[in-house]
Design a protein around this ligand. Structure first.
Ligand code: ZN
Length: 315
């Protein structure tokens, strides 16, 4: 029996069979979609889930102090965007937003939070802590990350700590909690939201970035939509399912920013052609890719992109 992990509905769920295509194992997994809250979810979590997080899975390499000129420039731009978002107008921050719209999207909702450089920041599912290290360079003092898939804890010399932990092992409170595409990997989203509401400080903010199944890309590509990412993505949410989780835990969505990218077309088209994402072959011309980028921007403006950032606060 399929019981929705968000709203508990058991009737008229639609079944889908989805293939693993990031690494090209092509193993098949059953998912079902709830007609009430719209959430698409895996029917059974595979016991051997570790198999699908091999060592070359991105974001687990420890970062050295060496950075290229290009990454120094992007670090500077990010620091200026953050400065303008959390404090006041910053000339370079505004320029950086124009130059790199991704940054503008990234922290655009932060201005509604009581966020400052002394805020206690937590990144859940942070990998080796790349973003935390960038935020450290921006001036944030208290930065912590957790990721259960790490080999071991990492304590960077600059004070940033990244722990091999899951969310249930946390007992402090935090002012700014980030989940950058980690929530969809977690079983029991209801329990995760319960925990989030207890570790969020009174005036704190949660920044939740997830793929969205109530999107053009799902309607166009269906089981070939690359963000299903079977079997790693266990829950593919809708605005409605996130709202249900928030309301049931004394939280509310303050703002939603759609930040989908050209990947929704490029990678889903590869799925359709049975080409693994790990296969780097270019199947599109630069002109086609530029059209995909424009389409992603348009979908974001129409609130129909395949991912978004939700800014949540306590009610
Ligand atoms: Zn449901």
């Amino acid at each position: 029996m399929c019981k929705c992990g968000i709203c508990g509905n058991i009737e008229n769920n639609t079944l889908y069979v989805v293939k693993e295509m990031m690494f090209g194992y092509k193993d098949q997994f059953k998912y079902f979609k709830c007609p009430l809250c719209g959430c698409l979810q895996i029917l059974n979590i595979p016991e051997n889930l570790d198999k699908y997080y091999p060592s070359n899975y991105y974001s687990y390499g420890i970062f050295s102090g060496h950075t290229s000129l290009q990454s120094k420039i992007t670090d500077f731009l990010l620091s200026q965007v953050l400065k303008s978002r959390i404090s006041h107008y910053c000339f370079w921050g505004e320029i950086a937003c124009l130059y790199k719209s991704l940054y503008a999207d990234y922290f655009s909702g932060v201005s509604g939070a009581y966020l400052n450089y002394n805020s206690k920041v937590l990144d859940i599912g942070c990998g080796a802590g790349k973003l935390l290290l960038k935020m450290k360079k921006c001036g944030f003092k208290y930065l912590e990350g957790i990721d259960p898939y790490l080999k071991e804890d990492i304590k960077y010399i600059n004070g940033v700590c990244v722990y091999k932990k899951d969310i249930y092992q946390l007992d402090k409170t935090y002012d700014f909690i980030m989940l950058h595409h980690s929530f969809e990997h977690m079983p029991e989203p209801k329990k995760v939201f319960e925990k989030l509401s207890t570790i969020l400080s009174v005036n704190g903010m949660i920044m939740l970035r997830v793929p969205l199944v109530d999107s053009y890309a799902w309607r166009k590509y269906g089981i070939d939509w690359f963000q299903i990412d079977a079997p790693r993505h266990l829950f593919l949410h809708t605005v409605k399912s996130i709202n249900i989780l928030a309301q049931n835990n004394g939280l509310k969505i303050l703002r939603t920013v759609y930040d989908s990218r050209a990947n929704q077309f490029i990678q889903s088209e590869k799925y359709m052609r049975d080409i693994a994402i790990a296969n780097d072959s270019d199947i599109f011309t630069s002109r086609e890719i530029s059209t995909f980028k424009k389409s992603a921007d348009l979908l974001n403006s129409l609130k129909d992109g395949d991912q978004a950032c939700f800014y949540l606060i306590k009610e």
